[in-house]
Design a protein around this ligand. Structure first.
Ligand code: AMP
Ligand code: MN
Ligand code: MN
Ligand code: MN
Length: 313
């Protein structure tokens, strides 16, 4: 008998730029029918123990995870680590380095915004960073509260992206480093929300190839920030690059514009779920040694998958 389980393998708490405490996140996930939840805060794993305790209480499974900031070819991409040992010294040393850069960057964003006529931004962002990790999300929240833009989405466009006053270029981990730390900690590396990167088709293929060559295991095929078309496109990419498929909301909080925890569409037919390698007798692999034959060989991706709720774009 095949047991159908509900997975959400990408979510944030207030240990990074989410709104909820780990116990609140877990309670919401459980209430929404999630049975396997991964906590994947940006560059930090401090919320995992609390989430694990809450998950045990709630009777759901918590997958220890992280979302690592990476600079690849001058742009930022995010690599999720799943099933990581959060006590691994190499992983923690790497994350600590990224948080150091993050702290410096926050001050630099504050200085640049001050020069652009917006004082108090670093204080405003820090006041919103509940556990000390300052994200652009916290600057966005400050800027909206201070009346500089109508909402978080427009504030990014106006202030926080490349070419705008509050933008500071990233010096995050390299792709090899991030995947190396995750694998050293016994985890699997997942390319997060691939449709969200502003990237040409050629460069995207280069990214997928380098990700796979560096030991990346999976890509997020289903994501709260993917459209239905994105989902089918990346199901095809997972297949052709011999990568497993993951599924996660990227939930940040009840007010967030992304999808809520829980109601994600199923992975399209032909995808090999990343969780298929977990538990039981299946070994946890870094990637597939050879692209496995799948249902997609027999049919077009457009016809794959059943009916599902709409995905936000
Ligand atoms: P940081 O890691 O500090 O550079 O912040 C990145 C975070 O900002 C992402 O994880 C999102 O949560 C948020 N973010 C990035 N771009 C946007 C955007 N255009 N609109 C709203 N939130 C965004
Ligand atoms: Mn975020
Ligand atoms: Mn991300
Ligand atoms: Mn995320």
């Amino acid at each position: 008998m095949t047991e159908i389980r509900v997975y959400d393998l990408h979510a944030h708490t207030f240990y990074s730029d989410g709104a909820l405490a780990p116990a609140e996140l877990v309670a919401r996930a459980a209430a929404n029918g999630v049975q396997v939840l991964a906590l994947t805060d940006h560059d930090v794993t401090d919320g995992v123990p609390e989430a694990q305790a809450a998950a045990q209480q709630a009777g759901i499974t918590l997958v220890p995870g992280v979302e690592i900031s990476v600079t690849w070819g001058g742009q930022t991409v995010h690599i999720v680590g799943l099933q990581i040992d959060i006590t691994h010294p190499g992983l923690q040393a790497g994350l600590a380095r990224l948080r150091e850069f993050r702290a410096w960057r926050a001050e630099e964003i504050g200085r640049r915004l001050a020069k652009a006529g917006i004082p108090g931004a670093i204080e405003g962002a820090r006041a919103r960073a509940q556990r000390g990790l300052v994200s652009r999300t916290h600057f966005a929240q400050f800027l909206v509260a201070a009346g500089h833009a109508a909402d978080v989405r427009s504030v990014f466009k106006k202030f926080l992206v490349h070419g705008k006053p509050g933008y500071v270029p990233g010096e995050w981990a390299s792709l090899d480093e991030a995947i190396g730390w995750i694998r050293a900690a016994g985890g699997q590396a997942v390319l997060a929300h691939p449709a969200r990167y502003k990237i040409t088709a050629t460069r995207l293929k280069k990214l997928l190839g380098e990700f796979r060559a560096a030991g990346g295991a999976a890509i997020e095929v289903v994501s709260g920030s993917h459209s239905r078309d994105d989902m089918f496109r990346f199901a095809q990419f997972a297949h052709s690059f011999g990568l497993l498929a993951s599924s996660g909301s990227d939930f940040h909080g009840p007010q967030n514009y992304y999808m809520d925890l829980g109601p994600l569409p199923p992975l399209p037919d032909g995808c090999i779920p990343v969780w298929q390698t977990w538990g039981g007798n299946a070994p946890v692999v870094g990637g597939l040694s050879e692209p496995a034959p799948t249902a997609m060989d027999g049919g077009s991706a457009e016809n794959a998958g059943a009916s599902f709720p709409p995905v936000v774009g």
